[in-house]
Design a protein. Structure first.
Length: 254
């Protein structure tokens, strides 16, 4: 499990994540795993990846998004249009690889969610989260890729209203009480100057605290099952309409 905190403010977007990365082959976890990305062909968008984002050597969500961006962006009229085109491409590739026996999807009960279209439960493969400015228009949302009995389901594009200021995946038990529970008081420092914009600086401090509270001893005591796999270095990125994507100094990947 990862945690990614995404915020929209009047001055731009803030995206933060933990840096812990695990491996399915038994290797030791790493503490500086990058989960937030910006690609040269889309300097005003941030992509975050959660779930089984690498399927052996046969498929990578990261590589697929990066390689298809230059082709899909020029023919997309909106963020939703781009997300739907990307969903179609990824579904085609995964379907072909699965039919050829190159990949197999996990079926862990924790990955079961109800599909927004079919209303039937199926297993999550991965999420691709997108935040930023598409042709100058602020937007955000995520694509859920899933399967039912090893058959790729219709990908779900879920747009997120900009009015939903703070989005945080990870431990709901921690996130839901973070701003009021005294156990997390030491993480609620909103005064560090992390950006020249006071609005973005406050949002970045909130995101930093939320990420680190889930990876700290207080979070693990409250929700051991989820928070045990959250931790490592905290990464924080900013996207503004004028300057695009940038890392907050000291909070980018090594």
């Amino acid at each position: 499990m990862s945690t990614i905190v995404r915020q929209y403010t009047s001055d731009g977007f803030v995206i933060a994540s933990d840096g812990r990365g695990g491996f399915s082959d038994g290797r030791e976890p790493i503490a500086d795993c990058q989960k937030i990305f910006c690609f040269p062909s889309a300097p005003n968008l941030a992509f975050s990846f959660v779930g089984t984002v690498q399927l052996g050597s046969a498929f990578s969500f990261f590589d697929t998004v990066r390689s298809t961006l230059p082709k899909l962006l020029p023919i997309s009229v909106s963020l939703m249009d781009y997300a739907l085109k990307l969903s179609y491409v990824v579904r085609q590739i995964l379907t072909a690889l699965r039919s050829q026996g190159w990949i197999r999807f996990t079926e862990d009960p924790s990955e079961l969610f109800v599909h927004s279209g079919s209303r039937a439960p199926n297993f999550t493969i991965a999420y691709v989260l997108i935040d930023g400015y598409f042709r100058g228009v602020a937007g955000r949302g995520y694509i859920r890729f899933s399967h039912e009995n090893q058959r790729i389901s219709e990908p779900e594009w879920i747009p997120i209203p900009l009015s939903d200021a703070v989005l945080a995946n990870g431990s709901a038990a921690v996130v839901n009480i973070y701003e009021t529970d005294p156990r997390f008081g030491s993480y609620r420092n909103y005064d560090s100057k992390l950006h020249q914009s006071l609005v973005l600086s406050r949002a970045a401090n909130l995101a930093k605290g939320l990420v680190e509270a889930q990876g700290g001893p207080e979070g693990r005591a409250l929700d051991a099952a989820t928070c045990a796999t959250i931790g490592g270095r905290t990464h924080i990125a900013i996207i503004t309409p004028t300057e695009g994507f940038s890392w907050i100094p000291g909070f980018g990947p090594a």
